[in-house]
Ligand binder design. Structure first.
Ligand SMILES: [Zn+2]
Length: 513
């Protein structure tokens, strides 16, 4: 197991939640950290108040937990403070940047030096003559707002109205539903700051540690050795026609390209037979997609959710005769309660939360979780749907399949540039599966496969992320030893990396194996 020099990174939060978020940053990058001081001279990353002995530390980075807290830090250091709303952007590599729209804390005073800046605004400052460093972004507060806030998508009155209709909402002809869901505001636009605000915060965390520590920081690559980004192709099968005809056409294209995909099937919306399911399970992978797919799952109480989740899994497994390990919610509906229930119902992962959607069919607002990487919440492993789905682009925004494919390819290039997971959702019931659009579907698949990327089913992606999550470091005495993941024999596939520095071209990273 690799054993490398590593500065001690000590995390300190003013309460459990903020400490938990700082840990999530370190766990995301898989950099060594400690919660109790073990060595002489740790680099301290603190959220909230400046530690009492900050002046005597080797180095301290403090990120304010809100405007009041930032004012109190400024007072203690004799600085002025102004709050500036707007975009911030920093590079992660020569060609790729990450950004966020937020309110930045700009400390002002003659004794301040800027160490990291972006879009003309300061990200990290140092008080000259000291090793006190000030983060100008609320790494904890913005993370909670973007990620946990993004899991909350309250159903609008319009949504309640549709689901209260005496018949299932799926009985409404698709054309009428699409008009109901159609957005009326502004042009279609997906930016880095919408899809990946969390990626900005994560990059700002690691960049600050790298700049302040002045020595290489070990981390574990996101994917197995030699792979720099990941792709999963998924399908939600809405109708029996989609299952019998559309799915077969899409499968033909995928088998030709050697791509295995994930097919999410409702267990009791339309009749399913073992033959239908075997045709797709033989090449790809089956996932559960609720029972009736009537839009009411997210409105159920926790017992009702659990019952439905268990039933759809049980029924699908019974008909297919294979294990079903993943869940995709109808209409990408989600809530923390629903995610916790998928975990309780025995699913290994969920893939229902969009990174960003122009129009949530639940809240009828733009909505998303702001990350393009898998993440854990309440015991559930979530694989966000990171590329805008075909239904949104073609039926809500009104794009042609060719334009929709171009948009998805463009976004997947950015996701690949930051090492993320491009999760594609294409329905066999909609335009891409029409015979006349199959060449566009093939072009789309070709386009989202970037150099260095690997195509996985959602189940394989979940299995890898679970394995990577179980690995880590045993740190102490200025060194860190890789702690193997579970199963141990897979640990040799982890890519150990050293972040050598951070500058205008982003992170300088060395691969150790
Ligand atoms: Zn569906």
């Amino acid at each position: 197991m690799p054993n490398v020099a590593s500065p001690e990174l000590l995390l300190a939060g003013e309460h459990n939640q903020s400490l938990g978020v700082l840990r999530e940053y370190a766990e995301f990058w898989k950099t060594p950290y400690s919660l109790e001081q073990t060595g002489q001279d740790p680099v301290v990353f603190a959220s909230g108040d400046l530690p009492d002995d900050a002046e005597r530390m080797r180095a301290c980075i403090v990120c304010p937990s809100g405007p009041e807290n930032a004012r109190s830090i400024a007072r203690r250091l004799g600085l002025d403070l102004s709050l500036k709303a707007g975009p911030l952007r920093i590079p992660v590599s020569k060609s790729t940047s990450v950004s966020i729209n937020t309110i930045a804390y700009e400390f002002q005073g003659p004794n301040l030096e800027t160490l990291i800046s972006g879009s003309g605004k300061t990200v990290l400052q140092r008080v000259k003559g000291t090793q006190i460093h000030l983060m100008c972004v609320g790494l904890v507060t913005d993370y909670v707002k973007q990620l946990y806030g993004g899991l909350h998508d309250p159903p609008s009155a319009k949504f309640h109205f549709i689901t209260r209709m005496p018949f299932s909402y799926s009985a409404i002809p698709v054309g009428i539903r699409s008009r109901f869901f159609r957005s009326t505001t502004g042009p279609f636009e997906v930016g880095e700051e919408k899809l990946g605000a969390i990626e900005f915060l994560r990059a700002a965390f690691l960049a600050s540690v790298s700049v302040v520590a002045h020595s290489p920081i070990p981390r574990i690559g996101f994917w197995k050795q030699g792979v720099s980004s990941a792709i999963a192709v998924s399908h939600d099968v809405e109708t029996s026609q989609g299952l019998r005809s559309g799915a077969r056409r899409l499968l033909e294209v995928e088998t030709k390209l050697g791509i295995r995909s994930t097919w999410n099937i409702p267990s009791s919306r339309y009749p399913i037979s073992k033959d239908d399911l075997n045709a797709i399970a033989k090449w790809g992978e089956l996932g559960a997609h609720d029972t009736k797919h009537d839009g009411r799952l997210v409105l159920a109480d926790s017992d009702g959710m659990l019952e439905r989740l268990r039933a759809c899994r049980r029924e699908l497994e019974f008909v297919a005769g294979t294990a079903v390990i993943g869940f995709r919610s109808p209409l990408l509906q989600h809530s923390r309660g629903l995610l916790a229930s998928t975990h309780k119902a025995g699913f290994m992962f969920d893939s229902s939360v969009p990174s960003w959607e122009r129009l949530s069919p639940t809240s009828f607002r733009p909505h998303g979780v702001g990350t393009v990487f898998p993440f854990w919440v309440d015991g559930c492993l979530e694989l966000p749907v990171s590329l805008p789905q075909d239904h949104q682009l073609i039926r809500v925004v009104g794009m042609t399949p060719a334009d929709a494919a171009d948009g998805m390819i463009q976004i997947s290039k950015w996701i690949s540039g930051i090492g993320g997971a491009s999760v594609l959702l294409v329905h066999p019931d909609y335009e891409f599966a029409f015979p006349e659009n199959l060449t566009e579907y093939e072009r789309l698949l070709h386009g989202i496969i970037q150099p260095g990327s690997t195509v996985m089913t959602l189940g394989e992606m979940a299995e890898w992320w679970r394995f990577r999550s179980s690995a880590g470091w045993k740190a102490g005495d200025g060194r860190a030893e890789l702690r193997q993941g579970n199963p141990p024999d897979a640990s040799s596939r982890l890519e150990v990396q050293l972040v050598r520095s951070y500058g205008e071209d982003g992170f300088e990273v060395e691969m150790l194996n």
